[in-house]
Design a protein around this ligand. Structure first.
Ligand SMILES: NC(=O)CC[C@H](N)C(=O)O
Length: 393
């Protein structure tokens, strides 16, 4: 169905998305019924819809898939990226060009439609996703309301009003909402065809992962380079972290505005930096590290959401194709003395990593754990393991 601002009484529409600028797209509802509000972003990945929709970093967002066929590999429990039940509060909506494809894959345990319903994700198909993507490119990521309403007339005015009334992502510390309180451990390694997930037996390192919405594949990649992890809530203090005697500390990915989350985690991060323990920051963790070091972050117009982004690693000069999911970015002009840009996006020159002179600290804006996406950046976990080995001496 096409873009329309008037709903005919006899419209077959069972779903719609209303943008805060007043644009309405009518289509066919899928997944959960009802209405959700969030910020719309487009994701250009051609695989990995389940990992995307279960990445807690997408909390309060509605994901528009530019790839038209979604649902062909169904859904399964292994591909869910959230690490705790709270992480299920990830994406609020998903938009596709075509109706959901029937599952055809040996790993599938449920139909994608039923799976979305079970997680409260509202789906919408039959919309012009190219037009919607162009709109976001022109006007930036916007507040939206998405509805799936099988019966009756859709009140599009009310939807626009709901989109406009939502407070948005700016200044929102959403990381607190998607993380459980319980500390937990991980020894599970990355998935391999034939053998599935291996288990780390003789750990070489112990890493404390500070959880702001951590993706499972970060923990699995750590295990694959010999590091067992203990995952602690983002409210942990530096003393609590030190008491676990870690060889390294990871600040995880997560949703929301880093400038809001730093207000409660800044002291802890600065104390961990001062302790000299090796640090790896990923996405939100990278942004928080930059803020703690004195740099600034800012909102992007359309953000980076996809699995085909080229990034240059300044350490080796090599270009890697990476997975990205961020709507905020570190302003490289604000990096203080001694903090250097280690990686740069080749799409738009934005910052994609930093290192700190004389300290065992690395961090990246992109997702070295992939899930979904290319595995070019797995080397960063080895680099982190190298920092931990050197630090131990
Ligand atoms: N994936 C992430 O950790 C996202 C970080 C942050 N919420 C952003 O959108 O920029």
């Amino acid at each position: 169905m096409t873009k329309d601002t008037k709903v005919q009484a006899d419209s077959p529409a069972t779903g719609a998305v209303a943008l805060a600028d007043g644009t309405i797209f009518l289509g066919f509802g899928a997944g959960a019924t009802g209405t959700n509000v969030g910020e719309i972003c487009f994701n250009t990945s051609i695989t990995g819809y389940e990992e995307i929709l279960t990445d807690p970093s997408y909390a309060s967002q509605v994901v528009l898939f530019t790839f038209p066929h979604i649902g062909n590999v169904g859904a399964n429990a292994d591909d869910q990226e959230e690490s705790s039940p709270e992480g299920m509060k990830a994406a609020r909506g998903a938009i596709f060009r075509e109706p959901i494809t029937a599952p055809s894959n040996f790993r599938s345990t449920s139909h994608f439609d039923a799976w979305m319903k079970s997680r409260g994700i509202i789906g919408l198909s039959g919309v012009d996703t190219r037009a919607m993507t162009r709109l976001i490119r022109e006007k930036g990521m916007q507040k939206v309301a998405i509805c799936h309403q099988p019966e009756g007339r859709i009140d599009t005015d009310a939807l626009v009003a709901q989109a406009r009334a939502w407070k948005g992502l700016d200044d929102a510390d959403l990381a607190a909402d998607v993380v459980g309180n319980a500390t937990f451990e991980n020894n599970e390694q990355t998935w391999k065809a034939g053998s599935g997930y291996g288990a780390l037996e003789d750990a070489k390192f112990h890493v404390v992962v500070v959880d702001f919405g951590v993706k499972k594949n970060i923990l699995r990649n750590l295990a694959s380079v010999g590091a067992r992890s203990t995952v602690v809530n983002g409210d942990a203090t530096a003393a609590e972290i030190a008491a676990l005697k870690p060889d390294g500390v990871v600040f995880s990915n997560g949703p929301g505005d880093p400038a809001a989350t730093i207000l409660r985690s800044g002291d802890m991060i600065r104390d961990v930096i001062a302790s000299g323990t090796p640090i790896l920051g990923i996405c939100l963790g990278h942004q928080l590290l930059a803020l703690a070091l004195g740099a600034k972050t800012m909102k992007m117009a359309q953000g980076h959401h996809g699995a085909n982004h080229p990034v240059r690693d300044h350490t080796t000069g090599k270009v890697e194709i990476v997975s990205m999911n961020h709507g905020f970015t570190v302003d490289p002009s604000t990096l203080p003395e001694g903090v250097e840009e280690s990686h740069t996006s080749l799409f738009d020159g934005t910052n994609s990593g930093l290192s700190v002179a004389g300290k065992p600290i690395i961090s990246v804006q992109h997702h070295p754990e992939a899930s979904p996406g290319p595995q070019d950046s797995f080397y960063l976990f080895d680099r982190f393991a190298g920092l931990m080995a050197d630090h131990r001496g």
